[in-house]
Design a protein around this ligand. Sequence first.
Ligand SMILES: [Zn+2]
Ligand SMILES: [Zn+2]
Length: 340
Amino acid sequence: MSKPGDLLTLTDRGLYCAPADLYIDPWRPVDRALITHAHSDHARWGMGHYLAHRDSLPVLRLRLGQDISAEGVAYGESRLVNGVRISFHPAGHIIGSAQIRLEYRGEVWVVSGDYKTEGDGLSPAFVPVRCHTFITESTFGLPVYRWRPQAAVMGEINAWWAANAAEGRASLLAAYSLGKAQRILKHLDPVIGPIFTHGAIAQTHAALRAAGIELPPEQVVIAQGPDQHRKADFRQALILAPPGAIDSAWSRRLQPFSLGIASGWMRLRGARRRRAADRGFVLSDHADWDGLNDAIRATGAQRVLVTHGYTDLFARWLRSQGLEADVLQTRFEGDEDESS
Ligand SMILES: [Zn+2]
Ligand SMILES: [Zn+2]
């Protein structure tokens, strides 16, 4: 929904800022891309140059190649490109995630990418940025989605693990490898038993640690090759794995285990059973209903453009609240259920 004079317009390559001649999270190759965060639907291959928060760079390089042309900035640092002032601000979604603020001739737009409003103790918490136009996601933009505090959910996860360990059964927990896995690792209670990760998660963590980002220690369950861990090793353990690794030869080596899934979708009745999990933990790196509404209100924006998620319903809700709201058809996805 573009209007004449808009600072950002929707093109077939992505969100385009004409005065600065650059794109935000483009889905087709362009010369210059600003990247909100390293999830694959926002950070794609083939851009001439990437500008992102510096903590996004390790994963961008891991996923897109060490030879990409990429530059990192700090939160709050600003750049001037053809009269457009560009700055990155904490989005609280995953390590390195940023909202991108654009200011041109007194007009301010903020592209939030993906965000959550609860601080996760891992990266700086979401900061509302005042603007005229706010572009928001709506992955969990229905009133049914209300999260409990992280401490309560982590308490449940640790208690589930301790109960399994007491019965000599491994705790296999499915969690998205970029975001959820670091967040859970950070808040596990290592007194309960050893902590292992699947190779895909360990690889992400190695890249983050190499860039100086601190994460608690973990052991790695090697994906292939000689099994270096005796089976009994896993009976007291919690093992973090991407959802795609759950029903595989890799996971069968961990038996006997209890399977848990950590995802915002676990809020839906039946989601746990459909995934054949023993336990579902409602934990998301996206804002819940209240988080979305609080964040939007705090920007002071009169105009809100809604991307991926319950776009139509959420835009209609915002209009009923007196805002000028429209759907923006992007190619972003709710990454909560990606298999990697
Ligand atoms: Zn994301
Ligand atoms: Zn997304």
